[in-house]
Write a protein that binds this ligand. Sequence first.
Ligand SMILES: Cc1cc2nc3c(=O)[nH]c(=O)nc-3n(C[C@H](O)[C@H](O)[C@H](O)COP(=O)(O)OP(=O)(O)OC[C@H]3O[C@@H](n4cnc5c(N)ncnc54)[C@H](O)[C@@H]3O)c2cc1C
Length: 400
Amino acid sequence: MRQTDVGIVGGGLAGSLTAAMLRRAGIDAVLVDPHPVYPPDFRCEKLDADQLQTLRLTGLDAAVMRASTADREFWMARFGRVVDKRPGDQRGILYDTLVNTVRAQIPARTPFLHAKVTDISPGPERQTVKLSNGDEIAARLVVLATGLNIGLRHKLGLERGVISAGHSISIGFDVQPAERLPFTALTYFAERAADGMAYITLFPIGATLRANLFGYRDLHDPWLSEFRQAPRETLYAMWPGLRRLLGEFTVPDFIKIRPVDLCVTKGHRQSGVVLIGDAFSTSCPAAGNGARKVLVDVERLCNVHIPRWLATPGMDEAKIAAFYDDPVKQACDARSAMKAFELRSFSIDRAPRWMAMRWAKFLFHWGKGTLRRILAPRPPIHEEAEGEAPRLVRSTSAHE
Ligand SMILES: Cc1cc2nc3c(=O)[nH]c(=O)nc-3n(C[C@H](O)[C@H](O)[C@H](O)COP(=O)(O)OP(=O)(O)OC[C@H]3O[C@@H](n4cnc5c(N)ncnc54)[C@H](O)[C@@H]3O)c2cc1C
């Protein structure tokens, strides 16, 4: 039986970050995941400034920065009007590239076992982890980072509490514009509550323009199959104003559509096992908090809690509880849940309060954008920086 201090089950973003951070801190760990290379998967494809700041605390930001694409300038628009343009502070990166980049930062001396964990027998001192290839690991602590996979959680007596079933829908696709665009990154907000959508965000990943469209339609809504068959026509029928900015385009590849439930795990306060990332609770992709939750979980766990836990004997429930009670983690989880419901109401609620909020936000950003233009007028950028996203070649009057 292989002995280690920490057995990490699952090598997605959460597990891979944990493995990289622990080894850098000189803590003995073993990572287990069936995929030697993380496969293409539609998940988080953009990191915002807050997420990048938390990533810096993990010490793994430099590699991710190199593998991702800067948005350079960010436009915000609604009703066919650009209400604000600001310097970009986000990085586009496909999820498999993100995870595989983090995995590449795991020092070679950390064992990475390519198998599925089939069983965990937890206890206050040592945990036994059984693998699909017949191997066994004895660990002082198990970090469960298995994402949405429910199999192991059942074996540990953990329950999945669904807070909001089918909370939102995420749609991801590549966009091939007919002509070069006036922006590098654009977020276009829903025009009406009846749209059942939140926004579309377009951003560069390498030389590709990627689109993430978020909304609140049922998975069986015929609009989704119409969108899959004729994305441009269906999108512009809903948001005619977007055509003024994006123009004609084609979608060269398969459109990925994913429904998301908001869930939390119950019964997680156990000896010897700690849950992080989506294995602990999921978040709404539209509110963009999933990666932040993962980053905060891993940063707190590896920088604060695991070093303390390993410094004394045993791994009882009281020790593990310190992570779940961590005020930084709790604030992040609470914010994530609050944002998920707030954005939904903001986007589709027809009550006067939310209608007023939508207009207030539109006017706020329009005012901010106008002020920005007055205070810091900038000539349009005609040049294309090397290795960066495509740039302005035609002007638009949409914001004038
Ligand atoms: C469609 C979609 C769009 C999203 N968009 C955004 C966004 O724009 N912004 C944002 O911040 N967040 C977004 N998110 C959320 C974010 O992507 C997730 O929160 C994050 O990827 C979770 O990472 P994780 O490591 O917890 O799980 P995962 O990345 O799912 O990793 C789980 C790992 O566990 C492994 N595993 C499972 N079972 C076992 C087992 N028995 N033994 C061994 N290994 C196992 C799997 O192979 C996998 O590698 C999105 C999510 C979805 C679904």
